[in-house]
Every structure is written in structure tokens, then in C-alpha cells.
Design a protein around this ligand. Structure first.
Ligand code: AMP
Length: 423
């Protein structure tokens, strides 16, 4: 095949059927769970003032290296969103809705990352956020929402890991202890980690490099430096998860990719994906983010799940398989009047999916197309039928049901007859 002039840019894909249909159904399931839990949808712009994302913390790769930023024609510094939480907090600061504000979303995020399976430059997320309450039960309810969603699509081979990163006041104490430890082990750290450690030592714990991970495995843990309030909040979340029967593992070194998290953090880790891309999603509290974006000092908590990766995990587990999206009826029309067009429209208007062939194909070619389409029923219209005011109806897949007989039916009874033959 001749290579076309244009292809999708690196790290992007055309998502076609059956995956596109799976994405749609997955979003429907998520939306249903979110609405059931009292969340309203928000649709924010795909791009924002770059400052909205820079406030996420310049020590994170997402902001420092992976941001798609550019100057627009009006000279504004713009960035494509790398995630949704910052936009949700910006929206909260802008509109000041009543609290607690519970909102869910779906859409694409953009990160100039190294493309590989499960890591794309444009990816799809669904997520939910609650702004305006410190109540740790909300953290638990959010985790439960994600849990119900995963369970409903059939995923089972994953683990929920949780941690508390403490309050803003706990951080300096922990960071001091961590920095001291990292300094003592500097020679074992990668060059990148040695740099990161100066800007944000916590991020070193998130390094996937083998040498760094070995150092991280013995680093001091946040749980030894939590304030009594943060400890009580975390205990309440864990008690909530126990009450709801949600399995989890406390992972004292779990820090997430972005800098804004406080208190509860969590991640859903799939066991069926490669280690570098095994996070299906995650989230946590970000009690200072709304204020950092110029809003009131309202706390927030939320999570985002990666749709692409969730579907990869579904493939591995053999669940959430593509739905059968074939049409129910195939209209075969061999006359050159508008009878075929009219028949498909009538069927579709009655809620019956219908397809047909085009370009004046022969009867034989059209019957072949009908069989290939996977439709249950063929409706055949020739000049005889048009003259007699009838159509011929024939079952395609299951000959037994009607004895594979072609039946002549009054044209006016088309929909009624087709309905009676469909399962
Ligand atoms: P994060 O905000 O990085 O925690 O992202 C939440 C989830 O979104 C991750 O766990 C992934 O499932 C998904 N995700 C993030 N970045 C990418 C990417 N570059 N490609 C595909 N999925 C991604």
C-alpha cells in the first residue's frame, strides 16, 4: 500500500470500532455510577491559561517536561490540559458553586510523553472531584465509586493502594527527614533523581528507575510524620474501606505524579499490565490547590481513571468485550426507485437498526452484503414487490425460526413483521 501523506502524530491513535464502541460504553457506565452517587457533569475547555497547570507544581514531569504549551494568535500563553483537576479547581474558583461541589468529567488529556503501549500523548480520562469538604468519608466514597465502576465492567485483577501524605504542616518535617536520608544515599541515585531531590524530594519516591526504587524502598515513611489530625482522617478512610468491604493495601511510599496531593492518596494498580503503565488511575486530596489557583481556601479530593489503560486491562482479563453492533435488518432493493431508502428510514425511525447496499449493486451482490453484515433479517424489494405493494422478508442467521422461507408481506406491515421476527 502506498504510504499516505499524513499519519496520526506520534503518541496518538485513531480509535475505530470495536474499541470506539467500548470507550463509549465504558464512559456510559462511569457516568451512570457518578450520577448515582450524586455527581453532576462538568465540561471544561481542552486548553487553559498555562498558569492553571503551572500551579500544579513545577517539580512534576507533567508540568516541567510534558506540557503542550503554545502562544495563541492573541499572544496568550496557552496549554492543552494534561489532566482535569486543575481545570475543575479553576472552574470552582471562577464560579463559586455551593459546597460540597461534586462533579464528574470525561475527555482527553495531553502529555508530551514517550509513547508506548498504554502511554499516549492524547489519552482519555474519566474522573470525579469533590470541592469544599474535609470529611474523609468523601475520600472513601470516591474510592468506592471507582471500585464499583471497575467491578461493573468486570475487572478483578487489580489492587487499591492507599497512603496519606499528611497536611501542609506535616510535609516540611517529613521532607527534612527524607532529604537527610536521600543526601546520605546520593551516590546510589540516578542523575535525574539527584536533581529532583533538590526541587521535591517526595518525587524521588515515585521514580521508576531500578536504582532509585531500591533507595526509595528504605526511605523514611510519611506515616511516621503525620499530625494527629491527618492520622485520624486516614484511619477514618481505612475504617470506611473496611466497612464497605473494599480491599486495599497501605503503601507508605505511594506518592503520585503531581505535587498538589495532601492527606489521602490512592492508586488502582492492575496486575495484568506492564509495570511502567500499570496504574489504571488514582487520586487523592489536594487541600491547597483551589487557593493556589486564586480561589477560597476550600479543600478538594478526586480521582482520574485512564480509559485507554482500563481497556487494555480488560483485554488482558478477557472482560468488557465488544458489544455486537451489527444492524438487525438489511434492506436489499433491486429497483431504481426510492423504495429501499424509504424502507430503511421507516425501520430506523421505529428504532430498528437497518443497513443497505448502495451504488445499484446486483441482487446477488446485495444478498452477499446482507449475509456479511451479520443482520438477522433481509428485506428484499424488487420491481414485483413494488408493483404488488409488498416486501419479501427472509431470516438470515437462523433459518429454523421461519423455516428459512421467504415471506411476502404487505409493505404497510413491514415494521410489525420485522419486529415479530427479531429476537
Ligand atoms: P495521573 O493524573 O497521571 O495519575 O493519571 C491518571 C490515569 O490516567 C493514569 O493512571 C493512567 O491510567 C491515565 N494516564 C495518564 N497519563 C497517560 C498517558 N500518557 N497515556 C495513557 N493513559 C494515561
Amino acid at each position: 500500500m502506498v504510504r499516505p501523506d499524513f499519519q496520526t502524530p506520534p503518541g496518538t491513535r485513531d480509535i475505530t470500532e470495536p474499541d470506539a464502541g467500548r470507550v463509549r460504553r465504558l464512559v456510559e457506565v462511569f457516568a451512570d455510577e457518578a450520577v448515582t452517587a450524586g455527581f453532576g457533569q462538568i465540561v471544561t475547555p481542552m486548553f487553559e491559561d498555562v498558569g492553571v497547570f503551572v500551579r500544579l507544581g513545577e517539580a512534576s514531569d507533567v508540568v516541567s517536561k510534558e506540557l503542550y504549551s503554545f502562544k495563541d494568535k492573541g499572544g496568550r500563553e496557552i496549554a492543552l490540559r494534561p489532566e482535569f483537576t486543575a481545570s475543575v479547581c479553576r472552574a470552582f474558583a471562577q464560579h463559586r458553586p455551593l459546597t460540597p461541589w461534586k462533579t464528574w468529567y470525561v475527555g482527553s488529556g495531553f502529555r508530551y510523553d514517550k509513547p508506548q503501549k498504554g502511554r499516549y500523548r492524547q489519552f482519555e480520562q474519566v474522573g470525579a472531584e469533590v470541592v469544599g469538604s474535609h470529611d474523609p468519608d468523601i475520600d472513601t466514597e470516591l474510592i468506592a465509586l471507582a471500585w464499583r465502576f471497575f467491578r461493573r465492567i468486570g475487572l478483578a485483577d487489580f489492587t487499591l493502594v492507599v497512603n496519606s501524605l499528611g497536611d501542609a504542616g506535616d510535609r516540611p518535617r517529613y521532607q527534612a527527614a527524607l532529604t537527610e536520608y536521600l543526601e546520605a544515599n546520593r551516590s546510589r541515585l540516578s542523575e535525574q533523581a539527584q536533581k529532583t531531590m533538590v526541587v521535591n524530594p517526595l518525587r524521588v519516591l515515585d521514580s521508576k528507575r531500578a536504582g532509585d526504587a531500591a533507595v526509595a524502598a528504605e526511605a523514611p515513611v510519611m506515616s511516621d510524620h503525620l499530625s494527629p489530625e491527618a492520622t485520624a482522617a486516614f484511619d477514618r478512610v481505612l475504617a470506611g474501606l473496611d466497612t464497605l468491604g473494599i480491599d486495599y493495601r497501605v503503601e507508605p511510599r505511594l506518592v503520585r505524579g503531581l505535587d498538589y496531593y495532601t492527606r489521602t492518596t490512592f492508586e488502582f494498580v492492575s496486575h495484568s499490565l506492564d509495570a511502567a503503565q500499570n496504574a489504571l488511575g488514582g487520586g487523592g486530596r489536594y487541600d491547597g490547590l483551589v487557593e493556589a489557583l486564586g480561589g477560597p481556601p476550600e479543600p478538594g479530593v478526586g480521582f482520574a481513571l485512564g480509559v485507554d489503560r482500563t481497556l487494555l486491562a480488560c483485554d488482558e482479563e478477557g472482560v468488557f468485550t465488544p458489544a455486537d453492533d451489527t444492524v438487525a435488518v438489511w434492506v436489499v432493493c433491486t429497483t431504481d426507485d426510492l423504495a429501499g431508502l424509504e424502507a430503511v428510514e421507516e425501520l430506523r425511525s421505529s428504532g430498528i437498526s437497518a443497513g443497505r447496499a448502495y451504488d445499484g449493486r446486483s441482487m446477488k451482490a446485495q444478498m452477499k452484503a446482507a449475509n456479511r453484515s451479520g443482520a438477522e433479517i433481509a428485506v428484499i424489494i424488487g420491481s414485483q414487490e413494488v408493483e404488488a405493494g409488498t416486501v419479501a422478508v427472509r431470516t438470515l442467521r437462523d433459518g429454523d425460526r421461519s423455516g428459512d422461507q421467504q415471506q411476502q408481506v404487505d409493505r404497510r406491515d413491514l415494521v410489525k413483521k420485522v419486529r415479530s421476527l427479531l429476537p
